[in-house]
Design a protein around this ligand. Sequence first.
Ligand SMILES: [Zn+2]
Ligand SMILES: [Zn+2]
Ligand SMILES: [Zn+2]
Length: 260
Amino acid sequence: MTPAILEITILGSGTSTGIPVIGCDCPVCSSTDPRNRRTRCSALLKWQGRNILIDTSPDLRLQALREKIRHIDAVLYTHSHADHMHGIDDLRSFNLHSGKPIPVYGSSGTMERVRNTFSYIFNELDQPGYIPQLNLYSVETPFELFDLRITPIPLYHGHLQVLGYRCGQIAYLTDCNLIPDSSLALLKDLELLVLDGLRFKPHKTHFNIEEAVAMAQKIGARQTWLTHLSHEVDHPRHDSQLPAGIHLAYDGQQFTSFLP
Ligand SMILES: [Zn+2]
Ligand SMILES: [Zn+2]
Ligand SMILES: [Zn+2]
């Protein structure tokens, strides 16, 4: 039997401001290296012709145009912060093409925040007409999506519990500064780990690069890509300084994994 292909594309590798930061003239924000131009944090999983989007960043429209994404078959939410969710309205375009609602998955807390923050989508009295068609599902434990097993990975982002996701031998863990032992147990035998590594200075709710490298070495994936990067991080200068197997992510980066 030929192995099934699971592919991940980094749609956005940037922190909440995006890089360049509005009004900033620092060397990274002024850089012409495309790897230093970072849209807000998001990724796309491709599996058996299906596109599974992780988060709807405020840059979703630009990311979809850049990567020529013509359909979204499901959305996985990590958490409800604006930089991961506020592109939700752009899901309308995919509804228009498919004529179908999009299933959306996340923790019960995140699903509640979607309903409250974007009430115009769900309140029938308040609908302006052209709105996203979404079906929300709360997930806490592994589930099947298009015959692909998806394992939610509970993480801490400061006091907030968020979810990472594991599919096959790929795990995507953004916005975190603590991974409980029970979640580390779900992260064995990875080919690719995508991990939060905001910047060099410490931060209250994100791993900095030093902490992310230590965590990457503890998890021991064959490759780790650090994402959610700030303008402290200069790709050409800092990527080569990381230990073997650990890299800075960049927008458009892709990885292919083969499932038995
Ligand atoms: Zn974020
Ligand atoms: Zn800057
Ligand atoms: Zn966040």
